[in-house]
Design a protein around this ligand. Structure first.
Ligand SMILES: Cc1cc2nc3c(=O)[nH]c(=O)nc-3n(C[C@H](O)[C@H](O)[C@H](O)COP(=O)(O)OP(=O)(O)OC[C@H]3O[C@@H](n4cnc5c(N)ncnc54)[C@H](O)[C@@H]3O)c2cc1C
Length: 378
């Protein structure tokens, strides 16, 4: 059985590893459009951006691993079209790869602000190449404007502050991450970043850019303010990198799959951000789940959604889905970045956020779906 994997990131690597672990001994070809072997993205806004780790530390597996596991890796190769009936994947150069099972793991790409592509000091943060460009601008005293207070924007802000950069963060919502963690914890994120010296402008929007040639000198806000800058990072979310599926039955923004990774087309599977996974843990789990399904095995059950973020040396972990929660219970000390927040709906804990308490994760996991405990039991 010939397995082809379109995309060369975390979900792709995890699928390859699981296939071999589960005993698949047929050919596996991985097609990735970047020059690097599958690598880890979380360090791109953290230690890699800070210059603390080298490229080798970024790789999910060393180069020799792919040869040892008999996995053919095609780098700088782009999946361009899916011919589902013929079971062929067409690459950008015109070559076609026949498959018996296909995994779509092309991830996501960062949203951009229309019209900013021509500016040489405006960028996004999705790839190692993006991070290398951004890192070259982060020197003490340089001025960085970050558009978007999502996780990637906030992590980049924290890393840049640690490097002595003047950072302004602009977001349309009233608090950072409001749609994810709600207004109360959003306000906690805002306070943390302001305490660290970030000029955080919420309920604000970009109106335009003052440029000299192809270089942006200032960002204009809707209230008329101008923020002078040396570089701009746009961190306004991602879109699934699935445009190459146009013309196939899977055309659309992201591929819909079940927990087993199966798409609407038999023998085609999807995992990770291309399947709207959105986070590291989901991409890792879905890559392995797709491998099980490809081999006709039962995929392990999916756990609750989980995500982590590192900001100013504080580990922040989110477990479950806070949306729809009607109550928030906080234990600990938000001021010193050491607390547990439980999101409650109908008396049940539906999600939790840990700040500075990585070891509390198993206990939080055990609480999900259960009634919230009394804070001070008699
Ligand atoms: C800066 C940053 C920090 C992050 N930090 C965290 C964190 O702290 N915690 C967390 O949970 N998550 C974090 N994430 C999210 C996490 O890294 C992603 O969810 C995860 O990488 C998704 O894996 P993936 O394999 O689906 O996609 P990707 O890792 O994006 O891999 C997809 C690969 O396929 C390639 N590709 C795209 N189109 C094609 C094509 N047509 N043909 C061939 N190849 C193609 C892409 O270039 C890429 O190499 C972070 C992401 C970023 C960018």
């Amino acid at each position: 059985m010939r397995i082809v994997i379109a995309g060369g990131g975390l979900a792709a690597q995890r699928c390859c590893a699981a296939l071999r672990r589960l005993g698949h001994d047929g050919p596996i070809t991985l097609v990735g459009d970047e020059p690097l072997l599958p690598y880890d993205r979380p360090p791109l806004s953290k230690d890699w951006l800070a210059g603390k780790v080298d490229e080798a530390a970024l790789l999910l597996r060393p180069a020799g691993w792919y040869a040892e596991h008999d996995i053919e890796v095609r780098l700088r190769a782009r999946a361009a079209r899916l011919y589902a009936i013929a079971r062929r994947l067409r690459l950008a150069g015109g070559e076609e790869l026949r498959y018996d099972r296909l995994l779509i793991a092309t991830g996501a790409r960062a949203r951009t602000l229309p019209g900013t592509e021509r500016f040489e000091n405006v960028g996004v943060l999705r790839s190692a190449a993006d991070a290398t460009v951004l890192r070259s601008t982060l020197r003490p005293g340089t001025r960085l404007v970050i558009v978007g207070a999502g996780f990637v924007g906030l992590e980049a802000a924290a890393t840049a502050r640690a490097l002595g950069v003047d950072v302004t963060v602009i977001d349309a919502a009233a608090t950072p991450l409001q749609a994810v963690v709600g207004p109360q914890l959003g306000a906690w994120f805002a306070a943390m970043h302001r305490d660290e010296g970030v000029d955080l402008r919420c309920s604000s929007g970009v109106d335009g850019f003052d440029a000299a040639g192809d270089v942006v000198r200032a960002v204009g806000l809707r209230d008329g303010t101008r923020i002078e800058c040396d570089a701009v990072l746009v961190g306004i979310g991602v879109v699934p990198a699935t445009e190459w599926l146009a013309g196939s039955p899977l055309e659309g923004s992201g591929v819909e799959v079940g927990d087993d990774g199966r798409s609407a087309i038999e023998d085609v599977f999807a995992a990770g951000d291309a399947a709207r996974g959105a986070h590291w843990e989901a991409a890792s789990r879905q890559g392995a789940a797709a491998a099980h399904s490809m081999l006709g095995l039962q995929a392990p059950a999916a756990g609750p959604a989980s995500f982590w973020s590192d900001q100013y040396a504080t580990r922040i972990q989110l477990l479950g889905d806070p949306r729809g929660a009607t109550q928030l219970q906080i234990d600990g000390d938000p001021q010193s970045r050491d607390f547990t927040a439980l999101y409650v709906r109908d008396g049940l804990v539906v999600a939790g956020l840990l700040a500075g308490r990585p070891r509390a994760l198993p206990a939080l996991r055990a609480q999900l779906g259960h009634p919230q405990r009394e804070r001070n039991p008699a």
